[in-house]
Design a protein around this ligand. Structure first.
Ligand code: F6R
Length: 369
């Protein structure tokens, strides 16, 4: 059942190109427009939405953080992302013009379920992004967009995360389409890029041996830090979460711009720091800023592990270890930059003798608050 892999997690990491492609399947018509017929919230309602609120937990929350960048950039609708466990208890401002998106792999997470119930009581429409057919969260939502990752058995979420991202991009573009904030040809161009991504994920998977080697060499470390900017920031959070749950190491993700406001005090000789570098094309200001962040931490002794686009030469002098990912549009980069972090955490866990598929103290679906 593990299909020749030692762990479900390895199998599920390998299944990601297919999971991504399957989640796009049937949702793009021949002309390159989106046909999300399953989203049974009428276009007239979606046109009236004045705020999007995303609620989720853990890895799904990180997908939501990335979705915010895409939704606000592509649709200009303000978007908030909140941990489901915090949401309900702070008396959030919700009304019928708020679209709430609940992201959940299992569809049974109690915190997320309670958050969406609260939102519906306030009259908001709830769209679920979910991987499990007929589970509680989609049943209690107004509409559902299923991710087609297939069953995810390993406790640590991998392929479900990538498909959650795809679903979020689809929803963002769909909102742009029905509201007319993105024009047909722009949507088609982005959809074309999305359709290509599955092959790029595959290419990343083919080049992971050096990442595994690096992970093994760090097995006796206590701390690893992760830095990113823009959508690379939630990717850094996700890389740190994977390492905590699988390798039981102290791992933290930071927005690189926050370094000088505190975290830089943590940097010491030989401390591994993973940096997710945005594309040097697109928003090049971000890129230049992160290159100086890498210089700063390296000058203080950090061992820099740099994840950067192919062809990005500016990072080379400051990277103790360089992990290459294919060039993608800025907003889509998390689909490729997360993969090395999953492999890294999985291999470190193995090297430390941990149970990869069943980390201690964790359950696959958290059905208590
Ligand atoms: C991390 C992980 C958890 C889940 C979280 C939400 O690898 O698996 O953080 O992402 O418990 O679960 P779902 O998506 O089922 O609501």
């Amino acid at each position: 059942e593990k299909g020749g892999y030692d762990y479900f997690m390895l199998k599920e990491i390998a299944e990601q190109p297919k999971a991504v492609a399957d989640t796009l399947l049937g949702r793009i018509d021949a002309a390159g427009s989106l046909t999300l017929d399953e989203v049974r919230i009428p276009a007239s309602v979606l046109r009236e939405i004045d705020k999007v609120v995303i609620v989720a937990c853990g890895t799904a929350f990180h997908a939501g953080l990335i979705a915010k960048y895409a939704i606000e950039h592509w649709t200009r609708i303000p978007c908030e992302v909140e941990l489901a466990s915090e949401f309900r208890y702070r008396d959030p401002i919700l009304d019928p013009r708020t679209l709430v998106i609940a992201i959940s792999q299992s569809g049974e997470t109690m915190d997320t379920l309670m958050a969406l119930r609260h939102a519906r009581e306030q009259g908001s429409k709830v769209l679920a992004i979910c991987n499990t057919n007929g589970s509680t969260i989609p049943r209690e939502s107004d509409a559902v967009l299923y991710t087609h990752a297939g069953p995810e058995v390993a406790v640590a979420s991998t392929k479900a995360f990538l498909t959650q991202l795809v679903a979020c991009y689809l929803v963002a573009l769909y909102l742009g389409q029905v509201r007319g904030t993105k024009w047909g040809d722009e949507i088609q161009a982005l959809v074309r890029e999305l359709s290509r991504i599955s092959r790029e994920v595959e290419r990343v998977l083919e080049t992971m041996e050096p990442v595994r080697e690096l992970a093994r060499s760090l097995a006796d470390k206590n701390t690893v830090l992760f830095l990113g900017r823009h959508v690379g920031y939630p990717v850094a959070l996700e890389g740190a979460l994977k390492l905590k749950e699988l390798a039981y190491m102290h791992a933290e993700g930071f927005a690189a711009g926050e370094l000088k406001h505190g975290p830089i005090a943590l940097i010491e000789e030989d401390l591994p720091v993973v940096v997710v570098v945005p594309s040097p094309r697109g928003r090049s200001v971000l890129h230049d800023k992160i290159v100086s962040n890498i210089q700063e931490i390296r000058a203080r002794g950090a061992r820099t592990i740099v994840i950067a686009e192919e062809g990005d030469e500016a990072v080379v002098p400051y990277a103790d270890h360089l992990i290459r990912i294919p060039a993608t549009p800025t907003l889509l980069q998390p689909l490729v930059s997360t993969v090395p972090l999953q492999v890294f955490a999985c291999e470190l866990a193995t090297a430390r003798g941990n149970e990869v598929d069943q980390p201690r103290n964790l359950a696959k679906s958290v059905t208590v608050e």
